[in-house]
Design a protein around this ligand. Structure first.
Ligand code: ADP
Ligand code: ASP
Ligand code: MG
Length: 466
């Protein structure tokens, strides 16, 4: 069971989480993965950045983090247990304070250091949760995920070494549950991992979902439950479309597309370990535990709609590489992508007109300027030889996508999408459809985001808007 930041954001929510955990049959073996308290990861990043910029304000951010944990510990635990738990937490906070002071002195915070700073959020919170569970007559232990999940040294976004991680996970739990009694409940810090050498890494923002899935797959569990603050995966981000409704069943591919194309309810990699071991994933609501939630599995019933859901990737930019000289010329795309690799740019979406006159590449807004500079530099000879006329940047865009396995082979779906956007007078800057026919994506101006999603949602799910 994984509980996200909102579900463990303070003493009240931690109590709610433990009620849910306590209603399980704990003799079967249960692993709980908690996130940091909501907002703490952002605060830790802010503290590190302030410190690196030489701003004293980092100490205030640190004090606020300290206070939140202090309050949770003393709200939740009886005095004696609170004092012992706090002593442990306090000594780790002291370490965090020293690290931040170090960053402040050297005015520099590498991604490696930032991972270490961020790791405190999950580490501290899971210790608080485990201590509280113990006061509720559960046998609970805190487990540092850095002992279990191994990644490479791509700080900020570690790539998991599954063979090594699965070995460590089974070894650890064989010992914890030695003798066959599995009633020892484990609280494992989400989001964090370590390299083979034990240097702290993270799995990317929102990565606790992925941690839970890796642990579940490593232990071949019956199912993996992701507990969050909505009733399941919805047909669209409910903050943008009021009428969004719960999708009861979702195929693994659909869930991957939804999360890759912006539905932050799930980290996009979460499905990978689960599907490999054929373990179903459930998305459930901590504020509404009685509701069934969404089941994500390899086999799932066909959606009764042509489209299963909508998603949006915010804050992207479009790079258009335009030039008559690209027509029929071999290797242009390869040179463009080599340049983007050199720039360290992650390409989210590509589209090329069949005239080959232009290639459109969608990247994150904050990577766009650098990507354009590198592209212009790497393509200098083609630009001078007039094979490429321009490398243009169009900022302030979003990608909106419709996703669903039932679209495959069904004519007219894209027509309905474009009609919906056209009727709302929304301009489309680029379009892409994967050959899997599981998604159609359009690039639009960011200012049109809500209007676009609402009109598309209404076009495909009219009954939700009736
Ligand atoms: P957690 O802290 O539990 O990991 P997140 O904030 O990461 O939760 O993800 C849950 C949030 O994702 C929801 O509150 C909702 O606003 C947002 N969200 C975006 N798209 C969707 C979607 N399609 N279905 C459900 N929630 C979505
Ligand atoms: N706390 C981390 C984040 O905010 C990981 C997570 O919540 O899943 O990104
Ligand atoms: Mg999340």
């Amino acid at each position: 069971m994984k509980f996200g930041g909102t579900s463990v954001k303070d003493a009240g929510r931690i109590r709610g989480m433990i009620d849910i955990v306590g209603s399980e049959d704990l003799s079967q073996g249960l692993v709980v993965v908690c996130s940091a308290m909501k907002g703490v990861t952002d605060d830790l990043i802010r503290a590190a950045h302030d410190a690196a910029a030489g701003l004293d304000a980092y100490t205030e951010v640190f004090d606020a983090i300290r206070l939140r944990h202090h309050k949770a510990v003393f709200d939740l635990l009886p005095e004696e247990s609170a004092n012992t738990t706090w002593a442990g937490i306090e000594s780790q906070l002291l370490e965090l304070q020293e690290i931040l002071h170090g960053v402040y002195l050297i005015r520099e915070c590498s991604l490696r250091t930032q991972d270490l700073v961020m790791s405190f959020g999950e580490r501290l919170n899971n210790q608080v949760c485990a201590a509280y569970a113990c006061t509720k007559n559960m046998k609970a232990t805190y487990v540092d995920a850095r002992l279990l999940i191994v990644t490479d040294d791509a700080y900020g976004n570690g790539m998991v070494d599954f063979t090594e991680s699965y070995q460590r996970i089974s070894r650890y739990f064989e010992q914890l549950w030695a003798g066959g009694s599995k009633n020892q409940l484990a609280f494992v810090a989400g989001f964090i991992a370590a390299t083979k050498d034990g240097i702290t890494t993270t799995l990317g923002r929102n990565g606790s979902d992925y941690s839970a899935s890796i642990l579940g797959a490593g232990l071949n569990v019956q199912d993996i439950e992701i507990w969050t603050d909505v009733d399941g995966v919805l047909s669209c981000d409910p903050r943008l479309v009021k009428q969004a409704f719960v999708i009861d069943d979702l195929s693994v591919e659909e869930a991957m597309e939804m999360s890759y194309f912006g539905a932050e309810v799930l980290h996009p990699y979460t499905m990978i370990p689960a599907v490999e071991k054929n373990i179903p994933l459930w998305i459930k609501n901590t504020m509404n535990p009685a509701v069934r939630g969404t089941k994500i599995a390899k086999e799932c019933g066909q959606s009764r709609h042509d489209v299963t859901g909508l998603a949006v990737v915010k804050d992207v930019a479009l790079i258009n590489v335009v030039g008559g000289g690209m027509i029929g010329t071999r290797g242009t795309a390869s040179r463009i992508f080599a340049a983007l690799l050199k720039a360290g740019t992650n390409v989210i979406m590509i589209s090329q007109a069949s005239s080959e006159h232009s290639i459109s590449i969608v990247v994150k807004k904050n990577e766009a300027n650098h990507a354009v500079t590198v592209l212009r530099h790497e393509l200098t000879s083609a630009i001078q030889g007039r094979l490429i006329q321009a490398v243009e940047l169009v900022p302030a865009l979003d990608i909106v996508s419709i996703i669903g396995a039932s679209m495959k082979g069904k004519p007219g779906v894209s027509g309905r999408l474009f009609t919906a956007l056209g009727n709302s007078r929304i301009n489309i800057l680029a379009i892409a459809q994967g050959s899997s026919e599981m998604n159609i994506s359009c690039v639009i101006e960011a200012k049109d985001r809500e209007q676009a999603l609402n009109s598309i949602h209404q076009a495909f799910f009219p009954e939700a808007h009736a």
